[in-house]
Write a protein of this length. Structure first.
Length: 326
């Protein structure tokens, strides 16, 4: 039998110390959910960039097949392309995590948020690269596998580690890695190279500087703060817009070269002309705004950036549709 002592003071005068807030024990702190972890690893692969690369892969397969390519080879090429691109992008995130933490546009990526450790991300990126090489080799062909591997190595070792922080030509030559899907899509069907995919390689090569410089004009301060010498950082808006226009003109001319080289029907050249005219109009408009003294957001460079995505997608879709109607 327990005896409880009774306080003889009146209840009204009884006082107790206010309860102190308690912090949860270490074992009570909730860790990231499985969904959060998966989302972080997917974020490392930069899905939006992967989507853009696939847009330049699948249509070339239609062009190479002269119609609808086999579903099996398309699926295997897509899987390998996703793995290969995800590998390069993940390793890029690891190597660029120091500047990603400081840039407005990239500070919400998984590594700056410490959602994934650099070591885990690197292991993940290398694993994706190995899987991509084997998957493309065994299920597509080894020429496509080697091309994907070369693109990855170029992106990591040449662009990320050498060019990006050292030269204003970083995106011009570094962008070569993003051109390889045109070759991979073609070789996946034919197991051989030809002039047709090389012309499309040139289109993407010339498209990359206007696309990237337009984005860099909008986020110029970001690149300047981390000493990445993108063209808009080291050149005036007028000089940058002029370079964008030059590359845009060369891109449109190259896109039209596919007509005689691939002997396409009327759909592709018609699309190339219409899309090219709109692209050049945007490039000229950007240069005109730069001549007025506009800078930063007032230049509205994102107009050209967003249309450049539409341009590339529609141009390659036209290339895929053309052999179906030709």
């Amino acid at each position: 039998m327990f005896v409880t002592a009774v306080d003889p003071r009146p209840a009204a005068t009884t006082s107790y110390p206010a309860p102190r807030p308690t912090e949860p024990a270490p074992h009570e702190v909730a860790g990231p959910s499985v969904r959060d972890v998966i989302k972080a690893y997917v974020g490392l692969t930069k899905p939006r960039i992967i989507e853009l690369l696939l847009v330049t892969t699948i249509p070339v397969m239609f062009l190479a097949a002269g119609g609808v390519p086999g579903l099996g080879v398309v699926a295997a090429t897509l899987v390998g392309g996703i793995l290969a691109s995800g590998s390069a992008n993940t390793i890029n995130c690891v190597l660029d995590r120091d500047i990603d933490e400081q840039m407005r546009r990239t500070r919400r990526r998984p590594l700056p948020r410490h959602a994934v450790s650099p070591r885990s991300a690197m292991v993940f990126g290398i694993a994706l690269g190995v899987l991509a090489t084997l998957e493309l080799g065994f299920f597509v062909n080894w020429l496509s596998s080697v091309l994907a591997l070369v693109a990855n190595l170029f992106y990591v070792f040449v662009y990320t580690m050498v060019l990006k922080r050292r030269t204003v030509q970083n995106i011009v030559w570094g962008g070569i890695a993003g051109c390889f899907p045109t070759l991979i899509g073609w070789t996946a069907v034919t197991n051989d190279l030809a002039w047709t995919p090389l012309v499309l390689f040139g289109v993407v090569f010339l498209w990359t500087p206007p696309h990237t410089w337009a984005l860099a004009m909008r986020y110029r301060e970001d690149y300047a703060s981390v000493d990445v010498p993108m063209l808009p950082v080291v050149a005036t808006p007028v000089a940058t817009a002029r370079q964008i226009l030059v590359y845009s003109i060369l891109m449109v001319i190259t896109s039209l070269a596919l007509w005689p080289v691939a002997d396409t029907g009327f759909v592709y050249p018609l699309a190339a002309v219409v899309l090219g005219v709109v692209f050049l109009r945007e490039a000229f408009a950007l240069l005109a705004r730069a001549h007025t003294g506009a800078d930063g957001a007032a230049l509205r460079p994102m107009r050209l950036f967003h249309f450049s995505n539409i341009y590339l997608a529609l141009l390659f879709i036209a290339a895929a549709i053309d052999p179906l109607l030709h």
